[in-house]
Design a protein around this ligand. Structure first.
Ligand code: 5GP
Ligand code: ZN
Length: 302
């Protein structure tokens, strides 16, 4: 049994995570949720004074926006689409017969207008574009969503449905790169406050295929993505618990996000992996919250 399975088993045994029979799809206990809620309040403490506009979208997004985003070009292996039965009564009888004999009943399911949200910020760009030009002072948004990525794994830090809290900044290059830098500094400070040792490193997204290798190299060479790493299931390969992404003007150009002077807006987003942060806390301080260091409890529950 490897180290990852052991931690997952301990999480199941303690009831913090609830086994559903599918790798990477778990229920969470009230205690686990309380840690996430407390950490989100800490995020509010650090970011609240910035005056971001809060929005919450459901974990599914408009398929047309998803198609336009280009997600299928870069990450087809991760996407999840929502399909439904749209047939006649006869089709229904056939479907039930298929299920009865253990055949594939899903092959005639039809695509709906909804796909599962792959990152919390995806529904935001078309929403803001619809409002017209952004003021020269830019825009700042606060989002949180369950996100889906099809990557089943027994590493509890790799889940298929997990929550991402994000701040998204739109504005000039200087504005959004300053925003990203300030959250890298805050990220380190926040994790220190809850007793977690972190490193920050340049990173890349898992772009699909051979062409994707070039995209990944380009992203790294240009320092477009940084991650805040915390050892959870492996010290040698610490887990990305926050990411700091600078999109240059790529999303601005794709979604027609303009500043008042007519220039294309630059964008950046900062994401907190909420389950990963909770898991890092449980891994580091133990599965019993009441035994966590008082300094950590104070930072989280005041
Ligand atoms: P990114 O869009 O940079 O891949 O992800 C943003 C953040 O979401 C990451 O920094 C990480 O904390 C979290 N995240 C990414 N993938 C997973 C995953 O498979 N499981 C969990 N629990 N969190 C993830
Ligand atoms: Zn984002």
């Amino acid at each position: 049994m490897d180290v990852q399975t052991t931690f997952l088993d301990r999480l199941f045994q303690s009831g913090l995570l609830i086994d559903t029979g599918v790798d990477g799809l778990y229920g969470r206990s009230g205690q686990f949720e309380d840690v996430i809620a407390a950490f989100e309040r800490l995020i509010d403490k650090f970011g609240g004074a910035d005056g971001a506009e809060a929005m919450r979208f459901p974990p599914g997004m408009n398929r047309a926006f998803f198609e336009k985003s280009g997600y299928m070009k870069s990450f087809p292996q991760l996407a999840g689409t929502v399909h439904s039965f749209c047939g006649s009564e006869l089709d229904h009888i056939n479907l039930l017969q298929c299920m009865e004999v253990g055949d594939d009943w899903t092959k005639d399911q039809q695509a709906t207008d909804i796909v599962l949200t792959p990152a919390a910020c995806y529904p935001l760009y078309p929403t803001i574009a619809r409002r017209g030009k952004l003021p020269m002072s830019g825009g700042l948004f606060d989002l949180q969503s369950y996100c889906f990525r099809h990557e089943p794994s027994q590493d509890p830090a790799r889940q298929q449905l997990f929550r991402m809290r994000e701040y998204i900044c739109m504005g000039t290059e200087q504005h959004v790169t300053d925003f990203r830098q300030s959250w890298m500094d805050r990220g380190i400070e926040m994790m220190k406050a809850v007793g977690l040792d972190v490193t920050i490193d340049v990173a890349n997204d898992p772009f699909f295929g051979r062409a994707g290798k070039m995209l990944a190299n380009n992203q790294r060479d240009q320092n477009l993505k940084f991650e805040l790493l915390i050892p959870i299931t492996s010290v040698a390969k610490p887990t990305a618990c926050m990411s700091f992404n600078y999109h240059q003007d790529a999303f601005g150009a794709k979604w027609d996000l303009y500043l008042e002077d007519g220039s294309v807006a630059h964008t950046a987003c900062v994401g907190f992996g909420l389950e990963r942060i909770a898991l890092a806390l449980f891994h580091h301080h133990g599965l019993e919250v009441k035994h966590w260091p008082s300094k950590v409890r104070q930072a989280l529950w005041g």
